[in-house]
Ligand binder design. Structure first.
Ligand SMILES: [Zn+2]
Length: 612
């Protein structure tokens, strides 16, 4: 065994910890408001925006964005995407767009034609049109469609954020969220290709600027109403919000304002201007008769569970901490707690060879197979004992992660936990290490990218040991952000803070080494201060957790003091990242955890948060 059971420096480190422990646990942020998404019976997806306060404007932007002021917005439904050309033509209105494509945003539309579309759409669904077609006045009491007010637009765009963009202040990430001057090739693009904002709205930055209902006035914020402001009473120009394909990054900011004459000749209308519709929701808490299909309800997550009895057939040597009893303890605990029946059971299959070879060499795979067939006793070192069925179990462990990923991408579940063994995060391209045979999470990462075309993957590894295998596999790869908290110095010896990635992958590898005896507060601090900002800036398309529970206070190997509740709080932080960045797509994969009671309690607490 290469894993040290005792650490001679532990006393000195304990003293250091006592001296450096700062405060208690900080309160974890409330989960984002549940977002309901429906499809109207004219086939348009809408997101329910919750009521609430927000800070409108900016104290550092253009003069017309100040003063920063508090605004209350009532609940409303908002189109998830900009109105596309195909939808516009459904109402037999000729499509004025310059960049023709049914899925591109409608453009070259003036304000009055946009509101006429709102009225047509209302009539098509048996709703009361909001606009008087002679005076162009908006009846805000009507239940039909209208343009958003400027305040509604900014509130929805910010989605609870206060930064320049809903993904933070780092303008380099704008390319992931928007088609704008730097990446648009001077044209519009089909809507929904870039990342959504935290509330699931697409193309709020870039593609086309959007008409709002309000007249524009540079000084309006100085005397704006506090509740549902609707702009000045009169004006010549109407407000435009959100950047367009030809915009600079600065004019894509959440608080940026522009305007255009409201009544114009269609021939003179701009090919950089489109719109999206909203509808009141405050008196309409149920979707109502025109909302035919509830597509998604985020109030609770459906959580998948991957498990198979084959995992018990990977037999280790007597007295070895990585035993089949670990999975028995977990499944029993899930059953006695009543959680088991709430989980969607996902049946794993052996990982196909072509996916295993995305991270392991064919020679190594062959060596694992032969060693198991020949009952060699161990693989590469005494550290990795094997039995005749270990190869099969290891294939199904990696395959289980792929099943979970498929279920999440296909929206059968929101997220999933894989109760698999052997674990994976120490396994290298051509070498077994530290109880691990195939690197389950690494195979899953390549599968997400190549099978499902999701480019950026965040791996959060909170196992007490550093995931040297995973780090090595993605060390020069900027499409994978690897974040690890681990006891250091400790097995396997890697994981110092100076290991930050290489080449293009520089700064996409974040190690947070922690001293022996670290507890909930230390882990939470690392997650809030190091993981959260980096992950939101990275904005992953999928989140994987290397969920080892050997940092639990009662673990046989770990020497740390994390509680089951601590693991629940870490789970909440990672889950929120996935909700903000990638519609909650998250798969958690068991790594270590060797005190059976602590392991079972921690897995239960972890899954409870996933199901919330
Ligand atoms: Zn471990």
């Amino acid at each position: 065994m290469t894993i040290p059971y005792r650490d001679l420096t532990s006393k000195a480190l304990c003293l250091l910890i006592i001296l450096t422990i700062v405060l208690g646990c900080r309160r974890v942020k409330d989960a984002p408001s549940p977002m309901e998404v429906i499809i109207t019976n004219t086939g348009i997806e809408m997101v329910k925006i919750p009521e609430g306060w927000f800070d409108m404007g900016s104290s550092s932007g253009s003069p017309d964005e100040s003063p920063l002021h508090k605004v209350w917005i009532s609940s409303f439904w908002m189109d998830r995407y900009e109105v596309i050309q195909e939808q516009f033509k459904k109402f037999q209105i000729s499509d004025p767009s310059h960049f023709k494509d049914p899925n591109n945003p409608l453009e070259q539309i003036n304000w009055t034609d946009a509101i006429l579309f709102c009225n047509e759409r209302s009539r098509a669904e048996g709703l009361e049109p909001c606009y008087d077609e002679e005076s162009w006045e908006c009846n805000f009491q009507a239940n039909g469609y209208r343009l958003p007010t400027e305040a509604e637009w900014e509130y929805a765009c910010r989605a609870g954020t206060r930064t320049n963009f809903s993904f933070g202040n780092d303008v380099r990430n704008l390319k992931n969220h928007a088609w704008f001057a730097e990446n648009s090739s001077d044209r519009t693009h089909p809507v929904g290709q870039k990342k959504s904002n935290p509330w699931g709205l697409y193309d709020m930055y870039g593609n086309v600027s959007e008409w709002c209902n309000d007249f524009y006035s540079e000084n309006y914020y100085k005397n704006s109403d506090q509740k549902n402001p609707r702009g000045p009473m009169k004006g010549k120009e109407r407000v435009l919000r959100g950047g367009a394909w030809n915009s600079s990054s600065d004019s894509c900011r959440s608080s940026y304002r522009s305007s255009d004459p409201s009544i114009d000749d269609t021939c003179l209308a701009s090919d950089a201007i489109g719109f999206r519709c909203v509808r009141n929701a405050s008196n309409n808490t149920s979707p109502g008769k025109n909302m035919v299909k509830e597509k998604q309800n985020r109030k609770t997550s459906k959580t998948g569970l991957v498990y198979d009895d084959i995992y018990l057939e990977h037999k280790t040597t007597p007295g070895h901490p990585e035993t089949s009893g670990r999975l028995v303890a977990i499944t029993q605990r899930l059953k006695t707690s009543g959680l088991y029946s709430q989980l969607i059971k996902l049946s794993p299959k052996p990982v196909p060879y072509e996916w295993l070879t995305t991270v392991h060499s064919p020679e190594y795979i062959q060596r694992v197979k032969k060693s198991c067939e020949n009952n060699a006793g161990y693989l590469d070192s005494m550290d990795v004992p094997i039995s005749t069925q270990s190869y099969e179990a290891a294939l199904v462990a990696a395959g289980g992660v792929l099943s979970a990923i498929d279920a999440v991408v296909e929206k059968k579940v929101t997220n999933a936990f894989c109760a698999v063994r052997p674990p994976g995060h120490h396994a290298l391209k051509d070498k077994a290490m530290g109880f691990c045979i195939f690197n389950n999470v690494a195979v899953g990462t390549r599968y997400i990218q190549k099978k499902h075309n999701l480019s950026d993957v965040l791996i959060v590894d909170w196992d007490v040991h550093h995931g040297n295998g995973t780090q090595a596999m993605f060390y020069d790869d900027p499409s994978v952000l690897y974040f690890s908290t681990h006891r250091y110095p400790f097995y396997p010896g890697t994981g110092s803070e100076t290991e930050k990635g290489d080449g293009q992958g520089l700064n996409y590898n974040i190690n947070v080494p922690l001293p022996i005896g670290s507890g909930d507060a230390d882990y939470l601090r690392a997650f809030k201060e190091k993981l959260e900002p980096a992950a939101l800036a990275f904005s992953p398309d999928f989140v994987l957790i290397s969920a080892g529970f050997d940092a639990h206070k009662d673990d046989l190997l770990g020497g740390m003091k994390v509680t089951a509740e601590g693991f629940a709080q870490l789970t909440q932080i990672v889950k929120e990242i996935s909700e903000k960045c990638c519609e909650g797509r998250l798969v958690s994969v068991l790594e270590g955890g060797y005190g059976l009671e602590g392991l079972a309690a921690s897995v239960e607490a972890h899954i409870r948060v996933l199901t919330r």
